[in-house]
Write a protein that binds this ligand. Sequence first.
Ligand SMILES: CC(C)(COP(=O)(O)OP(=O)(O)OC[C@H]1O[C@@H](n2cnc3c(N)ncnc32)[C@H](O)[C@@H]1OP(=O)(O)O)[C@@H](O)C(=O)NCCC(=O)NCCS
Length: 321
Amino acid sequence: MTVQIRPFTFTRSDYAACVQLRNKLYADTPATVEVWQHNDRLRRQDRSYHFFVAEREIDLASHEIVGYVQCAKKNSQSRTVGLGMVCAPTCWQNGVAQQLLDQVKQIAAEFKAADLVQKVQESDEQKLSFFLEQGFTQVMRHPLSVLDVGRFDGGRFQNKWRQMEGAGIEVKQLPVNWQDDLTWQKLVYTLDWTLVQDVPYYDKRVQEPFERFIQNEIFHPNAFPESYFVAWDADRPVGMTCFIKRGGGIQTVSTALTGVIPAYRRRGIAFALKLASIRFARAAGIETILTHNEENNPMFHLNQRLGFTQKPAWLDLKYSL
Ligand SMILES: CC(C)(COP(=O)(O)OP(=O)(O)OC[C@H]1O[C@@H](n2cnc3c(N)ncnc32)[C@H](O)[C@@H]1OP(=O)(O)O)[C@@H](O)C(=O)NCCC(=O)NCCS
C-alpha cells in the first residue's frame, strides 16, 4: 500500500476525513469538526502546533486518510510536546505510525523539545504496544470513571451535605448568564487557577492568559456554563466543579475540574459539590458523566464512593528526546 505523509490542510474535507476516522475508532466519545476547528484556532496561535496525515492511495484519482498526528507544546513555555496520534488498526505495525512518529520527532527537534507525551487508553492494545516498543514509558495513569445518572442514589449521602453545611459552607450554581459578566469571568479564572495547580500533572503548569481562558471555558463548543457550582464561605469562593459537553451535546458530559482550596479540605465540600452537580445533571437530562482522575488522587476514591464505575484507564506515556 502506498502511503504518503503530508501536512493537514485545515480544509473542510481534511477535517471531515480525520474526524470520521477518529469517531470510527472512538465511538463512545465522538468529536466534531466544529470542536476541532475551535481547538486548532487556539493552538495555532503560540504553541508550535503541527498536524500531519497519512494518506493511502486507493487509485490514481482517490485517496483515504488512514492515520494522523497532531502535536503541540503543552503550553507556551513547555519543552514537552503533546501528541495525539490516531491510526487505522493495520497502521500500527505496517510502518505508517512509525512514519508519523518520525515526523513528530523531526518537528520536536526543530524547537528543541525535551520530551514527547502521548495518551493511550490501556485497552487499546495495538496502540499501547506500538508506543512501548518505541521506548515510551508510563508517567501517569488516570482510570476513566463513569456514572449512570439515572441510577444514582443521592439519598445515601445526606450526611455529607449536612457535614458541609455544619462547616458553614454553601454550594451554589453560578447565576444565569454569569459568562456575560466580567466580574464572574474573573472570579472563575482566578479560582480555576488556584485549584488546578494542585491537580497532579507531569509538567509545570502555566496560567493561560485571561482572554484565552475565556475562549476555552465559555466560547468553546463544548463549554457548559450552566454547570458551574461554587462552594462559598460567606463571600469567599472556596471550591468549584463544572462539566464540559462531549461532542457538543449533553447526553454525555465530562467533569472538567473539581477542587477545593487547601485550607477547606476534608470538610465534605468536594462531596457536596459533586452531589449538587449530579442533581443538576439529572434535572438537565444528562445520562452519563465521565471523569478521569489520577489513580492516587483522593478524587478517584471519592467518585467510587459516589457510585462511579471504573473503566480502562488512560495512560500518559513519555519519551525523552
Ligand atoms: C480532591 C479534592 C477536591 C477533595 O476535596 P475535599 O473537599 O477535601 O474532599 P471531601 O472533604 O469532600 O472528601 C470526601 C472524601 O474524599 C476522600 N478524601 C478527600 N481528601 C482526601 C485525602 N487527602 N486523603 C485521603 N482521602 C481523601 C475521603 O474519602 C473523603 O471522605 P472522608 O472525609 O469521609 O474520609 C481536594 O483535595 C483538591 O482540591 N485537590 C486538588 C484538585 C484536584 O486534584 N482535583 C481532582 C482532579 S480534577
